[in-house]
Design a protein around this ligand. Structure first.
Ligand SMILES: NC(=O)c1ccc[n+]([C@@H]2O[C@H](COP(=O)([O-])OP(=O)(O)OC[C@H]3O[C@@H](n4cnc5c(N)ncnc54)[C@H](OP(=O)(O)O)[C@@H]3O)[C@@H](O)[C@H]2O)c1
Length: 229
């Protein structure tokens, strides 16, 4: 298993995964567009939580660098960027820095430009997905789509649902999927379902509209989906 993990992103997902990985004794490097801007930002995040600088103050063992630094530093990479910024982030990171690595893709192609609830970007629905686009942009990496169907607290603590939810994995390379599943197990996932190649990302991303409606109905993000069989 990789010892150094590069997280592309500094938002609530990157922070939540970062905290958990530091607790599991991984070396963690987070990547951002501009280090100085990210550290200087004092605004609360979109959920009313503290800015990245506050998280970094509480987690001084995490390294903050550019997207390129994070992609280079990690032997396993976690893609935690905004859906609309993901492809630019890959370009900034340099696709050559992904060669031979497992890339766990947690992103969702959501468009918030018309307010709440967001909608799926049509370009990445039904016959194509952001996961497949990511795989195409970093062809020498092995992309595994997973974790995008739950709230970030549930990603790293599935037991907070009060049950044993199912997590899907989809990707073209079986060794990369094994590496991703090992990480899921460390987070506490017991029910993991391999749904095949990266085209499985289509259905996983299209789960988001029902995730959002369920969140609204429960008024709480601590839930998961279960495949009963
Ligand atoms: N929130 C959840 O619980 C949850 C659950 C499942 C999946 N997801 C998915 O996880 C991803 C991260 O979500 P989040 O809520 O943590 O944060 P977010 O606000 O969606 O994304 C923040 C990250 O995206 C980067 N970014 C934004 N616009 C960019 C652009 N134009 N070019 C390059 N990078 C850009 C930011 O870079 P800077 O660091 O430079 O600001 C930051 O690192 C999203 O795709 C989301 O759909 C979220």
């Amino acid at each position: 298993m990789a010892h150094s993990i590069g997280i592309l992103g500094t938002g609530v997902v990157a922070q939540t995964l970062g905290t958990r990985l530091l607790g599991l004794r991984y070396e963690v490097t987070l990547g951002t567009r501009d280090v100085a801007t990210t550290l200087a930002n004092t605004k609360t995040n979109q959920y009313g939580g503290p800015p990245f600088s506050e998280w970094h103050r509480r987690n001084p063992h995490a390294t903050l660098g550019t997207f390129r630094d994070a992609a280079s530093a990690g032997s396993l990479l976690l893609l935690c960027t905004n859906g609309g910024g993901t492809l630019d982030a890959l370009t900034q990171a340099g696709p050559e820095n992904f060669t031979g690595k497992t890339v766990v893709d947690i992103t969702n192609p959501l468009d918030f430009s018309k307010g709440m609830p967001p909608f799926l970007v049509p370009q990445f629905t039904n016959t194509w997905s952001l996961g497949e686009e990511v795989q195409q942009r970093v062809p020498r990496a092995n992309v595994v789509k997973t974790l995008n169907i739950v709230n970030c607290e549930i990603m790293v603590h599935p037991e907070k649902t009060g049950g044993e939810p199912t997590m899907f994995v989809a990707g073209n390379d079986s060794r990369a999927k094994e590496e991703a599943i090992q990480l899921l197990r460390e987070f506490g996932w017991k029910d993991v379902l391999d749904i095949g190649d990266i085209t499985g990302a289509r259905g996983m991303e299209m789960v988001l509209p029902i995730w959002l409606r369920t969140w609204g109905a429960l008024n709480n993000g601590h839930f998961g989906f279960k495949i009963v069989r």
